[in-house]
Design a protein around this ligand. Structure first.
Ligand code: PGA
Length: 248
């Protein structure tokens, strides 16, 4: 089954609103590709100006995070209805930086996945192992556990529209990319886990990205693998290189 490729930028905590608009304008012609879903996941304060800047183009807007309540006394947080009204379609959930720096656990991540679906947002749900787990050889069990926890009570129909990002923590922002074979091994395993938890049709539909130092030079090889349907790109999403990845 042909899955549509999805290339998403994760801008992280980079770009002021005016810088964000300038980057959208710089990338506008470079990211044109009707066969790929292109998403910019941007800081909350950049969402409104970025949505305006990409209007009429092939770029979709994503958020990097949100909270599970619609409104109320949650100082500093942003809700799904706020994102929806601003034109957001995708939201990154469970990025390793949210897990490690901000203490998000799989219970909250599962609540966020549920809330995103209930709100009409498509989750880009992240998983991945530390260097210690990779070296210990227990990374597969770890990722399987993350997927099971994070998808608790999520239906097959929802999973068919889900995006899962496999991001080995040791490859994020380090310049050290997983080899295409290492990335494919885990993305294939994730698809098998989905087949076990749901069914083959669901596993065939779910889109799985690789993330971790993906760049203009290594994207084509990673994306040529049968179970890698796209990329979640940090550093290289802030540069013209992103256009080369979209068109790799
Ligand atoms: P990187 O980040 O491309 O800079 O390694 C990827 C990510 O954290 O999503």
């Amino acid at each position: 089954m042909a899955r549509r490729r999805i290339i998403a930028g994760n801008w992280k905590m980079n770009k002021t609103p005016s810088e964000a608009v300038a980057l959208c304008n710089e990338l506008k012609d470079l990211v044109k590709n009707d066969d790929v879903d292109v998403v910019y996941c941007v800081p909350a304060i950049d969402i409104v100006p970025v949505a305006e800047a990409v209007k009429g183009t092939n770029v979709h807007v994503g958020a990097e995070n949100f909270y599970i309540e619609d409104k109320g006394a949650f100082t500093g947080e942003i809700s799904a209805p706020m994102l929806k009204e601003a034109g957001v379609e995708y939201v990154i959930i469970g990025h390793s930086e949210r897990r490690d720096i901000f203490g998000e656990n799989d219970i909250l991540i599962n609540q966020k996945v549920k809330k995103a679906f209930a709100s009409g947002l498509t989750p880009i749900m992240c998983c991945g192992e530390s260097l210690a787990l990779r070296k210990a050889g227990t990374y597969k069990e770890w990722i399987a556990r993350q997927i099971k926890w994070d998808l608790t009570d999520i239906t097959a129909d929802q999973v068919k529209t889900l995006v899962i990002a496999y991001e080995p923590i040791w490859a994020i922002g380090t310049g050290e990319t997983a080899t295409a074979d290492q990335a494919e091994e885990v993305c294939k395993m994730i698809r098998e886990i989905i087949a076990d938890l749901y069914d083959q049709a669901t596993a065939d539909a779910v889109r799985i990205q690789y993330g971790g130092s993906m760049n203009a030079a290594n994207a084509a090889e990673l994306l040529s693998k049968p179970n890698i349907d796209g990329g979640l790109i940090g550093g290289a999403s802030l540069k013209p290189d992103f256009g080369q990845i979209v068109n790799a």
